[in-house]
Design a protein around this ligand. Structure first.
Ligand SMILES: Cc1ncc(COP(=O)(O)O)c(C=O)c1O
Length: 408
């Protein structure tokens, strides 16, 4: 048997069935009217944000990275809980606006922003995290044409990355941000052009579980921000320290020690150089806020054996949960946390693979895991599905279409 990833704390059975937000899986499926279904627990998101606020220094604002999960009811739920939103496209701008979020609370990072996206963002007062000198030129030209004072920040490509992170976004040649050495000249030019100077965005990596590595990166980020502000000769109003707080997905992963990160950052904030004395700081997090609060529920439609192996064939698959199938940014395929939701907590009695309904061998949600015996009609739960699930998977592949989603 191959091990399964750790089920996040907070999920327990009611009458032998997985309960999410205090409600049984079958009841949630009945509410949605179908499987496959993503369920997001509002209470778990609330608890996570409260925990984060308690651990981090008050001076640190918390922004939500919409890319992790842009489901409208979830965005509306987040609106009063976080201090700002990070978007990555004009499409995400439309989603945050539709959710009633003030665009002045929004910043826009990401390479390849089109002119129409820059225009929409500038017109609404969104802060642009500029990814290049070319993008700065286009933003300034659009602002001049439209008679707008643009709100501009510079995304810095630092010379360091976030150690142990699943996705490195800094260090060396990268399509993200402006190489640190060229930043001061760009800042001076933006300010001279009459823009509202919003500060630096320094995002070194994503999905790290090592508190010491995150703290080290935050220390490097603060030092770099101070050096660049000094060299620019312009006060630094804001500094986005990035994020990178990870969640345990795989066997052996251990949860991030949030208090250790908070304590180290509190110490750093107490000893800031004068150039950062009045700077406002934030982090932007996606998966850490919503990842563990989401469960993907799919129904077993066939049970079969092949060469002595049991396959539980579901009505879901990688078209909704690409990451669980191991095809989204992982090199070695390992099992996500998963369970038979309709027999939650029952003893393990067999080895089975949970597969999807797509005709590709890639479509495997759990490989040779240990489960209680399950049959056609049983529900499967894939945990850690709250981030990079529904919108980071090829929902239209083979004409399957999207899963249902509910915030419970
Ligand atoms: C610029 C930026 N901000 C925020 C995030 C969110 O990362 P995570 O969901 O791991 O917190 C990413 C992820 O790639 C990113 O590129």
């Amino acid at each position: 048997m191959k091990p399964l990833g750790p089920i996040p704390p907070g999920f327990s059975p009611i009458d032998g069935e997985l309960a999410i937000a205090g409600r049984k899986a079958r009841e949630l499926v009945a509410q949605a009217g179908r499987t496959p279904l993503f369920v997001y627990s509002a209470a778990m998101i609330d608890a996570r944000i409260a925990q984060l606020r308690a651990a981090m220094p008050d001076r640190l604002a918390i922004h939500y990275a919409v890319k992790a999960n842009p489901f409208d009811p979830l965005l509306r739920h987040m609106a009063p809980l976080v201090d700002g939103f990070d978007i990555a496209s004009g499409g995400e701008l439309a989603l945050v606006e539709a959710a009633g979020i003030d665009p002045k609370r929004v910043s826009f990072a990401g390479p390849g922003k089109r002119d129409d996206e820059l225009t929409a963002a500038l017109e609404r007062g969104v802060t642009l995290n500029l990814e290049s000198e070319g993008e700065a030129n286009r933003a300034l030209a659009i602002a001049e044409r439209q008679g707008i004072t643009p709100r501009l920040a510079v995304r810095v490509n630092p010379d360091f990355d976030l150690k142990g992170s699943g996705m490195k976004m800094g260090g060396g040649a990268k399509p993200f941000g402006v190489d640190a050495g060229r930043v001061p000249a760009l800042v001076r030019r933006i300010v001279a052009a009459g823009a509202e100077w919003r500060g630096f965005h320094i995002f070194a990596g994503s999905q790290a579980l090592d508190a010491a590595a995150i703290s080290e990166t935050q220390a490097q980020t603060l030092q770099l921000a101070a050096e660049l502000a000094d060299e620019s000769g312009v006060a630094l109003p804001r500094c986005n320290l990035g994020g990178g707080f990870g969640i345990p997905y795989f066997p052996g992963d251990v949860a991030l020690d949030l208090n250790a990160v908070g304590a180290a950052l509190t110490e750093r904030f107490a000893a800031l150089p004068p150039v950062l004395a009045d700077t406002r700081f934030c982090i932007e997090l996606g998966r850490y806020l919503v990842g563990e609060a989401g469960v993907y529920l799919t129904r077993i439609v066939d049970r079969k054996e092949s060469h002595g192996e049991v396959f539980l064939v579901t009505d879901g698959g990688l078209h909704h949960q690409l990451a669980a199938s191991g095809n989204f940014g992982t090199v070695i395929r390992r099992n996500y946390p998963s369970a038979i939701a309709s027999r939650f907590g029952a003893d393990v009695t067999e080895e089975a693979s949970i597969v999807g309904c797509l005709c590709t061998p890639l479509d495997r949600l759990a490989d040779k895991g240990g489960f209680p015996r399950a049959d056609v009609g049983d529900l499967v739960a894939i945990f850690c599905a709250g981030a990079y699930g529904a919108t980071a998977s090829p929902a239209m592949f083979l004409g399957q279409g999207p899963a249902a989603e509910i915030l419970a």
